[in-house]
Design a protein around this ligand. Structure first.
Ligand SMILES: C[S@@+](CC[C@H](N)C(=O)[O-])C[C@H]1O[C@@H](n2cnc3c(N)ncnc32)[C@H](O)[C@@H]1O
Length: 289
């Protein structure tokens, strides 16, 4: 069985309309830019596109959701990661000191009647950096998990059960449901997993979503691939993957990560299953605009 990984170096809306057929995707995992005017502080952020007017930004998210609905299969899922932002009286995004917190529930305006929101997962993490001591430190983001059908969608709880928090003879011996609050640390600066991107997903986070909502040989889509974590995890879990990324430096970074992942998979297979016949050949294909 051949698995393919395609990385398009282009705008995702343009690319999806051109290259992705209706009802061809099993699972979408993505994190659109937050539109928080991320400063071009270093190499990671110098080309980062994160500075639209709020109206234009919401318009893009609306178009994105329409495209995701078109390309996702009937039993598929769409996971969209967003976080709360602070707005001032003129409804402009500002820093926490000057604004009022607004969770991103406005995206439900674009999904209502078209998708079912199955969970609003809280991704809780920890970081060392400290902000001013005039409020609690924010330590979470949201994952909106949408399905196209109210029931009969892919979900494999047994693949992602966790160790129960308490000992109880009524506990399921297969493990506990991970619930809708997930503590998964961010990728730290000194971690081996750390990469060339300001908003890199930890592999563990993507792995839980992918194992829970897709099967081997399914097709995963990430329209904002960033550091490439979705594609790397897809490769490790034998899923096809299509990614879009507008920044060519980030694309090169994903290419490197995919080559490294291929190397370690090949080494593992050679030393553990030397006689395996149907080795999956999966080359990364990079398509430029
Ligand atoms: C929040 S980051 C995604 C991070 C990603 N989840 C990861 O694990 O690294 C958003 C990414 O979308 C890219 N981007 C912004 N606008 C885009 C567009 N119109 N089409 C494709 N990619 C875009 C940015 O360059 C950035 O890398």
């Amino acid at each position: 069985m051949l698995i393919t990984h395609k990385l398009y170096n282009m705008d995702c809306l343009e690319g999806m309309r051109k290259y992705i057929e209706d009802s061809s995707i099993d699972l979408v995992i993505t994190s659109p830019p937050y539109n928080i005017k991320l400063k071009a502080r270093n190499e990671y952020t110098k080309n980062y596109m994160d500075n639209l007017s709020e109206e234009a930004y919401r318009g893009k998210i609306k178009e994105l959701i329409e495209e995701l609905i078109r390309v996702t299969k009937d039993d598929g899922s769409i996971w969209i990661n967003m976080k709360s932002r602070y707005f001032n009286e003129e409804r402009k995004v500002v820093t926490a000191t000057y604004g009022s917190l607004e969770p991103p529930t406005w995206i439900l305006e674009y999904t209502w009647g078209k998708l079912y929101l199955k969970n609003l997962v809280i991704w809780n993490y920890d970081i060392n950096s400290d902000t001013k001591n005039n409020k609690f430190h924010p330590r979470y983001e949201f994952f909106f998990w949408f399905t196209k059908k109210a029931k009969d969608y892919k979900f494999f709880l047994d693949e992602i059960r966790v160790i129960p928090k308490t000992r109880d003879k009524r506990n399921n011996p297969k493990g506990a449901n991970p619930t809708d609050v997930w503590y998964i640390p961010l990728v730290k600066g000194n971690s081996r997993e750390r990469n060339f991107h300001p908003a890199q997903y930890p592999e563990k986070l993507v792995e839980r979503i992918m194992k829970g909502c897709s099967e081997e040989y399914d097709t995963i889509l990430d329209p904002f691939l960033g550091s490439g974590t979705t594609m790397v995890v897809a490769k490790k879990l034998n899923r096809n993957c299509i990614g879009f990324e507008i920044n060519s430096e980030y694309v090169k970074n994903t290419e490197k990560r995919m080559n490294l992942a291929q190397k370690s998979i090949t080494e593992f297979r050679t030393s553990n299953t030397p006689t395996i016949k149907n080795v999956i050949v999966n080359q990364l294909e990079i398509i430029k605009r």
